[in-house]
Design a protein around this ligand. Structure first.
Ligand SMILES: Cc1cc2nc3c(=O)[nH]c(=O)nc-3n(C[C@H](O)[C@H](O)[C@H](O)COP(=O)(O)O)c2cc1C
Ligand code: SF4
Length: 484
């Protein structure tokens, strides 16, 4: 992963632990009742892909264990990982694009209800993504994948040459020369692997996204409700289709790109279709970017506008993330796929302990606060979910008090210790296992390996009944905690 130049080492601290009175007076442990969203307190596990589904996208015993383990910590809400809304193969990522997935998801809901004693609300993140291919081997790309055009013949001064001669000439060129002959997208396909954009409207399936996505999201949301989820989180963040529609880089000319009003149009249409498809008490929120952190991308001002629009149409919560784009991703190895958390924007999404003077904790707070303020000034009380390095009581309470957010979400701290807020709540804060923000977990995610935490995945490996990673070396869930 990319790291800032300064390379300052930051150490998470447990900080002040609240006593009974402080807990009773805290915002973190006070209920939230805002429209359709009712939470027992302000703790939240945001979406995290653990790579535990079957190759066909079904729930497995390991998926049940993963969510069951979080549920034992009784957070107010868990958002199930990004789950594909289409009925297409996508490796071991959960899917919800067909009725055959509902039974497994129903088991997941039952497990969370049981383990949390019904105290945890359960949402599922609905995602659509476009095609991305692995970085090709140079010769194979130039011999097979590249479509030879007259632009290549012209650049090589080979008018009328047949395709085979042009390919041979291209193969002989050094990379610098090749970069001059291929256009930007062709060179990117060679260097990074081919990747579709929402602006590729010459491709019929991309042109028709605005026509098909509302229906696909709505059908997926219906299935989520059928499986028993309390609601859905529309994935409008990071490197995926809906975030690309919101992006300032979206120059579509069909009314769904260009101005902010046009860029937000499809996300609003998707929401309207979903809202119509689910019962009135189902919660429908979205996760979107406070800042894309890439040149030419959307910034905080855009996000303030989007937030107010999402609130205006009646979204039940707004969850803010940051960065995580393909645009500045590292070049993958030949045969590997680009990963949107390897460049500077990826760092902003999941900053690690080696950081700059701003540090890895709360990097998205200022932007999140500005968006919440814009939503309030527009006259809406829609709850805002904030995240980014939240790992202790002081930090979580301060973000709620300072108006950054209404709910404090932590991904990696919950992965490090699924009971951390329960420990605080029950006066056992000293038992908390603090996340070190080393991003070992993120490295596993990047390699499509079952995600675990380095603080617990090699302990008590002989515990009866636990599930282990495919190589048998790691346990897949944190050991249980019993209050002393
Ligand atoms: C292993 C892993 C998988 C993740 N998967 C998702 C995901 O499916 N959807 C999403 O919106 N964010 C995902 N994230 C981002 C987190 O939800 C969160 O925004 C990010 O880790 C920053 O919060 P933190 O500092 O509390 O970890 C993932 C993070 C990790 C570490
Ligand atoms: S592996 Fe564990 S300690 Fe390291 S960043 Fe991930 S959750 Fe935190």
């Amino acid at each position: 992963m990319w790291k800032p130049e300064e390379k300052i080492r930051w150490t998470p601290e447990i900080g002040h632990l609240p006593d009974t009175e402080e807990r009773a007076a805290s915002l973190l442990f006070s209920p939230l009742d805002a429209g359709r969203l009712h939470l027992r307190n302000r703790t939240w596990v945001p979406a995290m892909v653990p790579w535990r589904a079957t190759e066909e996208g079904f729930v497995t015993p390991a998926v049940l264990d993963w969510y069951g383990r979080f549920a034992r910590g009784k957070p107010a809400a868990i958002v199930v990982e990004a789950t594909g809304i289409r009925d297409v193969p996508s490796g071991p990522l959960l899917r919800i694009g067909h009725d055959r997935f509902v039974a497994g998801l129903r088991d997941l809901v039952a497990r969370v209800r049981e383990e949390s004693g019904g105290e945890t609300k359960l949402f599922i993140q609905l995602i659509d993504f476009l095609a991305i291919r692995r970085r090709p081997e140079r010769q194979k790309f130039l011999n097979r994948f590249l479509a030879i055009t007259d632009a290549h013949r012209k650049a090589l001064a080979m008018p009328g040459a047949d395709d085979e001669s042009v390919r041979a000439a291209l193969i002989d060129l050094p990379d610098a020369g090749l970069q001059k002959v291929l256009d930007e997208r062709e060179y990117e396909s060679l260097a990074m692997g081919y990747r579709e954009r929402v602006t590729d409207t010459h491709l019929p399936h991309i042109a028709e996204l605005p026509a098909v996505l509302p229906g696909l999201f709505a059908a997926a949301a219906q299935r989520a409700v059928e499986a028993g989820f309390d609601g859905v989180e529309l994935h409008y963040a990071h490197a995926y289709t809906m975030a690309s529609f919101l992006s300032a880089a979206n120059t579509r000319t069909d009314g769904f790109g260009g101005s902010r009003e046009n860029r937000v149009r499809l996300p609003l249409e998707v929401f309207a279709a979903v809202r119509k498809a689910v019962p009135d008490d189902a919660v429908v929120g979205a996760r979107f970017l406070a800042d894309e952190i890439v040149a030419g991308g959307s910034g905080v001002e855009d996000a303030c506008y989007f937030g107010a629009e999402f609130a205006r149409v009646g979204m039940d919560f707004l969850s803010l993330s940051r960065g995580g784009k393909f645009d500045d991703a590292k070049q993958p190895k030949v045969g590997g796929a680009a990963y949107p958390y390897t460049g500077p924007s990826g760092y902003e999404c999941m900053p690690q302990y080696i950081s700059d003077a701003r540090g890895p904790f709360g990097r998205n707070f200022a932007a999140t606060k500005a968006i919440r303020k814009a939503v309030r000034e527009a006259g809406y009380q829609t709850p805002v979910i904030g995240a980014g390095g939240v790992h202790n009581y002081e930090m979580a309470e301060a973000m709620l008090r300072d108006g950054v957010a209404d709910v404090a979400a932590s991904a990696r701290q919950f992965l490090a210790d699924p009971d951390w807020t329960l420990k605080l709540e029950t006066g056992h804060g000293a038992d908390i296992r603090l996340c070190e923000f080393t991003n070992y977990c993120e490295g596993l995610d990047q390699n499509h390996k079952q995600v675990t935490c380095k603080l617990w995945d090699r302990v008590q490996l002989d515990e009866p009944g636990i599930l282990k990673s495919s190589d048998g070396k790691r346990r897949l869930t944190a050991p249980d905690w019993k209050p002393q």
